[in-house]
Design a protein around this ligand. Structure first.
Ligand SMILES: NC(=O)c1ccc[n+]([C@@H]2O[C@H](COP(=O)([O-])OP(=O)(O)OC[C@H]3O[C@@H](n4cnc5c(N)ncnc54)[C@H](OP(=O)(O)O)[C@@H]3O)[C@@H](O)[C@H]2O)c1
Length: 253
């Protein structure tokens, strides 16, 4: 059985990744949709199956929980699927000063964005084969440090660095790794992110449409690119962060 496993599929861009996967990777037999909210996953799954005919399996799991990760590991052992596509999309960020942010939230971001992504990737690789693909959702926040978003930006730098490195290792096995680095996207992400502090107002002008970000990512992945950056502004930011000395970069973060 060939599957696509998508985390964070209950909402935001993960939901769109699931739909686009079902529409454009026709050889997939089943989509495994992972997130905590069983109800939202069921709704997303039913819509996808109704529109594309591809069955969806709801895997309700908190990826920061050892027990739930063990459950996914056992599910993989029992079902022994071929993972054609793994999309690591689950993640969150909290805006606010490092000094004021409760340790619980700092730890939460690190555990979901870094630890869970790493462990799930490790669990899935044995089920991937030549031609399989992994899409890891990082962020433009990975390009440079961000004051008042410090831990989130650092976790996304981790995702970008990890993805590049394992992309090189897995190339020998014929498995491709694509990192998606979008700027601000109009999703429920900000409901949680702005709990302590609002986002910088100028960022609201650069809010992207989630569907457009996912379409671009899927096109870039199909074209064999290793990184997907949506929009001219974010592409300029990427080059600035790559080439400018830190003394200049500090003006941006
Ligand atoms: N929105 C942006 O501006 C933006 C920009 C760049 C990158 N990103 C990245 O894009 C990804 C998706 O974010 P989004 O914008 O689509 O936000 P979102 O709508 O809040 O989606 C986050 C997803 O992660 C899942 N999730 C959260 N905690 C989880 C946990 N402990 N275990 C399992 N699943 C969990 C959520 O589902 P449940 O709540 O049901 O668990 C949801 O499906 C994230 O990695 C984010 O960092 C977002």
């Amino acid at each position: 059985m060939r599957i696509a496993l998508i985390t964070g599929a209950s909402s935001g861009i993960g939901k769109w990744f699931a739909l686009y996967t079902a529409c454009y990777r026709k050889h997939i037999d089943e989509l495994w949709l992972v997130a905590r909210s069983k109800r939202n996953l069921k709704t997303v799954g039913e819509k996808i199956t109704c529109h594309t005919g591809i069955p969806c399996r709801v895997v309700s799991a908190d990826l920061t929980s050892k027990e739930d990760m063990f459950y996914i590991e056992q599910l993989l052992i029992r079902q022994d699927p071929e993972i054609d596509l793994l999309i690591n999309c689950a993640g969150y960020g909290m805006i606010g000063s490092f000094k004021k942010m409760p340790p619980r939230d700092l730890r939460g971001m690190i555990r979901l964005n870094c630890e869970a992504l790493t462990v799930l990737t490790k669990l899935c690789i044995p089920y991937m084969h030549r031609g399989s693909m992994m899409i890891n959702v990082a962020s433009a926040a990975a390009f440079l440090p961000q004051s008042d978003f410090a831990v989130y930006a650092a976790t996304k730098s981790y995702v970008l660095s990890l993805s590049r490195a394992i992309g090189k290792e897995l190339k020998k096995l014929g498995i491709r790794v694509v990192t998606v680095c979008p700027g601000c996207i109009n999703t429920p992400f900000f409901t949680r992110a702005e709990q302590y502090q609002g986002m910088k107002p100028f960022k609201k002008f650069f809010m992207a449409n989630p569907r457009a970000v996912v379409r671009q990512a899927m096109m870039d992945a199909a074209a064999g690119k290793r990184m997907s950056i949506y929009g001219g502004t974010i592409r300029v930011l990427y080059w600035i962060a790559k080439w400018m000395p830190d003394a200049v970069l500090r003006l941006f973060y």
